[in-house]
Structure formats: structure tokens, C-alpha cells
Design a protein around this ligand. Structure first.
Ligand code: PMP
Length: 358
């Protein structure tokens, strides 16, 4: 009768909607609008299915080696997982094991507090400044660890390497994780700081800049010591997380540097154009260096714009949360998708009642 009293109860993370129908313009989960490199298609079509009989390489060597070559680090400095969600979750379990609260921004990736809750890690959120910036001075308090995305999500705001370093430098007794899910769209990676700080963990993903959200590949790069600790925990939970086909596809994707550069630059160019169009329509937004823009209109209600777009089968993301309820997060699609989005948005703004006049 009492079996429910000992359950680990949690409120789970809410992912963005994945609509079943395909005739939608999907600008709601920061996916890449371009396909992965054709090298991935080749691996998929040539793969001998009977190889699935065997367990995968638990060390994902083929993928780890490709990443080590690309980022010019030792393979022993790399940890891979099933999406960066898996990597960050393992990293929380490994490195955030103190009675002191871990710190992250109040407006940030909404999975951090969920992991903290599920692992019973105390946390304290640090308010971003009025203009959605991280003030490194706020991170000079006692803590059990620190994590923040750079660029931040859902704001898109990029902090300088100096700001990132200031936080790491001030916290030699904590692990500092920089979640760089969106770094390839114009930011400077904290990977260049790894030689200086043994307590830094940089986390990246194949889901955005490498167009492989469905394949689930994420990775962390840090000191050899840190990666050893991370692997010890991972191998105490589940050794066979990444399947062999994914390992091969990931390795091939990393090797196609030209395609990676072409698509990320194209998205950055579409983003810059989108900023101009949004400004012309009266939207304001913190400057974004990611593959999305976090925009607000002074005259129209964000939830109403969100609903009107959805009626036209255009999906963006909206959170009914303090400080950000008047913002929409708009993923950068292809130029054609963005054109259709702007046409719909113009129409909506012409017909929607202004805020407060409803
Ligand atoms: N970090 C941030 C900041 C994100 O926005 C996302 C995407 N939802 C992730 C991590 C996780 O991405 P994935 O698990 O697909 O690598």
C-alpha cells in the first residue's frame, strides 16, 4: 500500500513540440534546416545490418579519434554521449556532488534545474542582468559547481572568452561547465582555455551545427583527469550507450569540415538578415550569435503571436515564465522558410489587436 512513498518524484523537462505532420515550418527546437553531410548518407546505406548482432565499442573510439583530430586534443580528453543531454546529465552526476548549491543563470536551458532535482543537487539561480547578460562578479560566491551555456539559451546572447575565463579563474575549487551547444554559429569556444584550467569542462553537440539531432551525439572535452572521472560514472551506469552506426556517422560528419563551415556560415547569414527583418517590424531582441533569435514586440502579445503562427502551421517556442513571457524564440530556418515566416508574421501583426486593447 505504501510503495509510492519511496519514489524519486520529479517534474520532467518539457521538450519542444515535434509535430507529427510534415507540412509545417518548424522553427521551435533549434534544429538545423540543412541535412547532415552526404558522407552520413553513404555510411547509412552501406552499413551491413548483421553487424548490429554485436555490442558496440564502449569507448566509441572511431568517433573519439575523429573529434580528437578535429579539436587537436588527446582522445583521453574526450567523453561522448547520446546527445549533450546525456553528457550533461552524466557530468551533473559526476561533478556536482557537494552540499553547496550549484549555480546557473535564472534564464537558461530549462533542463539544468530538472537534472539538479532528479540527482538531489542543491542549486541557486543567478539572475541575468536587465539586458540578459551574465555578470561574472555574481559567480564569486560559495558554490558546488557552475554551468552556463555560451551562447546562452533561449536568449542567444554570447559572452566573451574573457567573461567565461573570469568565472573559471574565480572558481578553482569547483567544476565549471560551459555548454557550447550553439558555439559554432559565431562564438569563440572555451576549448582554448583547457590548457590553463583543469576544472573546465566544455560540452558540445552534433544536434545543431552538424544537423544530426536525431542521431543523438554529444561530447565533452576537458582535462584527462576529469574525463576519467566522467567515464568511471558512465561505466557504472550503462557502458553501451552509443550504437555502432551512430559512432561511424558521427566520425564521418566531423571529417567533412567544408560542409560544416558552409552550412554554419549560411545559417549565420540568414540570422543576420532575419535580425534586420525583425527590427523593421518593430521587434526587439538581445543580439544573437546562435541559430535562433529571442524576440519581443512592444505592441503585441507573444503568446498571441505564437498561437497565430501555429494556426498557420509555423512553430516557434514560447515560455510562460517570469521575465521571458513576452518573448518568442525563433529558430533560423532556410531563407525560404524564413520568408514564409516573415510573410505570416506581417499578416498577423496587421490583424492582431494591440496589447492591452484586447
Ligand atoms: N544545451 C543546450 C543549451 C540546448 O539548447 C540543448 C538543446 N535542447 C542541449 C544542450 C541538448 O542538445 P542535445 O541533447 O540534442 O545535444
Amino acid at each position: 500500500m505504501n510503495w509510492e512513498s519511496n519514489i524519486r518524484r520529479v517534474v520532467p523537462y518539457t521538450p519542444g513540440e515535434q509535430p507529427k505532420c510534415t507540412d509545417v515550418i518548424k522553427l521551435n527546437t533549434n534544429e538545423n534546416p540543412y541535412p547532415p553531410t552526404l558522407r552520413v548518407a553513404e555510411i547509412l546505406s552501406n552499413y551491413e545490418y548483421h553487424r548490429m548482432r554485436l555490442y558496440p565499442d564502449t569507448n566509441s573510439e572511431v568517433l573519439v579519434n575523429a573529434l580528437a583530430d578535429f579539436y587537436k586534443v588527446k582522445p583521453s580528453q574526450i567523453f561522448v554521449g547520446v546527445g549533450s543531454d546525456d553528457v550533461i546529465s552524466m557530468a551533473f552526476m559526476t561533478f556536482f556532488n557537494s552540499d553547496k548549491p550549484i549555480l546557473f543563470p535564472d534564464i537558461t536551458y530549462s533542463f539544468y534545474d530538472v537534472w539538479a532535482d532528479v540527482y538531489r543537487i542543491p542549486y541557486k539561480t543567478i539572475p541575468l542582468t536587465e539586458d540578459f547578460r551574465i555578470d561574472p562578479a555574481d559567480y564569486r560566491i560559495e558554490n558546488g559547481g557552475i554551468i552556463f551555456p555560451n551562447p546562452n539559451a533561449p536568449t542567444g546572447v554570447l559572452e566573451s572568452l574573457e567573461t567565461v575565463e573570469e568565472i573559471i579563474r574565480a572558481n578553482p575549487d569547483s567544476v565549471v561547465m560551459v555548454d557550447e551547444a550553439y558555439i559554432d554559429f559565431g562564438g569563440k569556444s572555451a576549448l582554448s582555455l583547457l590548457d590553463k584550467y583543469e576544472n573546465l569542462l566544455v560540452i558540445q553537440t552534433f544536434s545543431k551545427s552538424r544537423s544530426m539531432a536525431g542521431m543523438r551525439i554529444g561530447f565533452a572535452i576537458g582535462s584527462e583527469k576529469m574525463i576519467k572521472y566522467l567515464n568511471d560514472v558512465k561505466f557504472s551506469v550503462n557502458s553501451y550507450t552509443m550504437n555502432p552506426l551512430t559512432q561511424l556517422c558521427g566520425a564521418e560528419a566531423v571529417k567533412d569540415t567544408a560542409y560544416f563551415e558552409k552550412t554554419t556560415q549560411r545559417i549565420a547569414a540568414t540570422r543576420e538578415h532575419a535580425k534586420e527583418r525583425l527590427t523593421a517590424m518593430g521587434f526587439t531582441y538581445p543580439d544573437s550569435m546562435s541559430n535562433f533569435i529571442f524576440a519581443s514586440h512592444p505592441d503585441y502579445d507573444a503568446a498571441e503571436i505564437f498561437a497565430a503562427l501555429k494556426e498557420r502551421r509555423i512553430f516557434v517556442r514560447h515560455w510562460n515564465k517570469p521575465r521571458i513571457s513576452q518573448y518568442l524564440r525563433i529558430t533560423i530556418g532556410t531563407p525560404e522558410e524564413m520568408e514564409a515566416f516573415f510573410t505570416a508574421l506581417e499578416e498577423i501583426l496587421r490583424t492582431l489587436p494591440k496589447r492591452g486593447n484586447a
